[in-house]
Design a protein around this ligand. Structure first.
Ligand SMILES: Nc1ncnc2c1ncn2[C@@H]1O[C@H](COP(=O)(O)OP(=O)(O)O)[C@@H](O)[C@H]1O
Ligand SMILES: Cc1ncsc1CCOP(=O)(O)O
Ligand SMILES: [Mg+2]
Length: 279
């Protein structure tokens, strides 16, 4: 892909760092601190808020919203719906992370209700994409399952179908990431296997996608490319961290430092991306 375009991952990362978008997160108990730290490391500004009474005010000052169903409660579902409604009404980008959707009917109910407010992006692992696309799959709790070539091919088709049905971008992550709007598809290479051994990596990524969506609105808005840019930065930082990490414990600080020090101008982020038309 052309690295010089205003939609290149490097220029979108620069745009993010210049605009420091405020990202409103309604996320799970496991992911709160890692998500806030990850947003700060890449250059965005995090805010966690889930009390219904303050959602409208928080929404008014936020540039983007990230909703994650990882640890639901009935009052949180109502707050999520209100936040999604505000974002939809105000034309602000928002990301849905359907953590462990296959695991319970409460999660399925919450996602169905939230999809009414048309997320800009659904960021999920393959198991969650299959469940959301209606292909019976109870998943393995919050983690993805088989990541072999056949499973990836099947999940990619489900991601395209989901993007078409929901008229949004789907970012399906794992060993290889696939981002699609139903017509185009960008694969993202990179990352490291240790990313699957650290909790909340995916949750934090969903909020980083929200930050890139906000940044892209300040320039040339293209949800597909902004999402791929977020994933490319993650892949780059994950690969760098994985080179010297000895395990999940030492991976995390290296990953945060790699995000923070990622040089948007000299790192060939665009070379991680391959854009194709979906047939
Ligand atoms: N085996 C792997 N190799 C490379 N990157 C991976 C691997 N597993 C996960 N990742 C990366 O970790 C991040 C989180 O993805 P994933 O593990 O699919 O999300 P979740 O934590 O929601 O299941 C993504 O950037 C993804 O590319
Ligand atoms: C373990 C767990 N349980 C409920 S939410 C959560 C975190 C999941 O994080 P991720 O989807 O990023 O792996
Ligand atoms: Mg997840």
């Amino acid at each position: 892909m052309t690295p010089s375009s205003s939609l290149s991952p490097g220029s979108l990362l620069n745009q993010l760092r210049q605009t420091t978008p405020l990202v409103h997160n309604i996320t799970n108990h496991v992911a709160m601190t890692p998500t806030a730290n990850t947003l700060l490391a890449i250059g965005a500004s995090p805010l966690m808020a889930h009390a219904q009474q303050e959602i409208q005010e928080i929404s008014a000052i936020s540039a983007a919203l990230s909703i994650n169903i990882g640890t639901l409660s009935p009052s949180w579902i109502e707050a999520m719906q209100l936040a999604a409604m505000c974002a939809h009404r105000d034309g602000k980008p928002w990301v849905l992370d359907p953590v462990g959707i296959g695991a319970s009917s409460l999660r399925q109910y919450a996602c169905r209700a939230l999809l009414e407010y048309r997320p800009s992006v659904i960021r999920a692992n393959a198991s969650e994409v299959l469940a959301l696309a209606g292909e019976m799959n109870q998943g393995r709790g919050v983690d993805s399952g088989d990541d072999g070539e056949d499973a990836l091919e099947r999940a990619s088709r489900a991601a395209v179908a989901l993007a078409r049905t929901q008229n949004c971008v789907v970012a399906m992550t794992g060993r290889v990431d696939v981002v699609t709007d139903g017509q185009r598809q960008i694969t993202v290479q990179g990352g490291h296997a240790l990313m699957g051994r650290v909790t909340a990596m995916g949750c934090a990524l969903s909020s980083v996608v929200a930050a890139f969506l906000a940044a892209s609105l300040a320039g040339h808005d293209d949800t597909l490319h902004a999402t791929a840019a977020a994933l490319a930065c993650y892949a780059e930082a994950g690969e760098t961290a994985g080179q010297s990490a000895q395990g999940p414990g030492s991976f995390v600080p290296r990953f945060m430092d790699a995000l923070y020090t990622l040089d948007a101008d000299s790192t060939p982020l665009a070379s991680r991306l391959e854009l194709t038309d979906v047939t």
